[in-house]
Design a protein around this ligand. Structure first.
Ligand SMILES: [Zn+2]
Length: 74
């Protein structure tokens, strides 16, 4: 995972752009207001699977930002 993604994830969080919409026990849905659009992130902790509907492939700053937000709130 690149340092760029980590830095951007921290910036999104410090700007308050991460909103957890559904807080399940093992699964979460969140919205992240990115630089160009708002993206939806789904995280399944039990199966260690997450997806985001942004144009990036694989890990993106939105997923990292939501994961960190969840870990901090836990
Ligand atoms: Zn994304």
């Amino acid at each position: 995972m690149s340092a760029y993604i980590n830095q951007k994830a921290d910036r999104l969080r410090s700007d308050g752009r991460v909103k957890v919409i559904i807080n399940g026990v093992d699964a979460f849905v969140a919205s992240v207001q990115g630089d160009h659009a708002t993206y939806g992130v789904f995280i399944d902790l039990e199966n260690r699977h997450s997806i985001c509907n942004c144009p990036a492939r694989g890990d993106c700053s939105h997923q990292v930002a939501v994961l960190r937000q969840l870990l901090e709130e836990a």
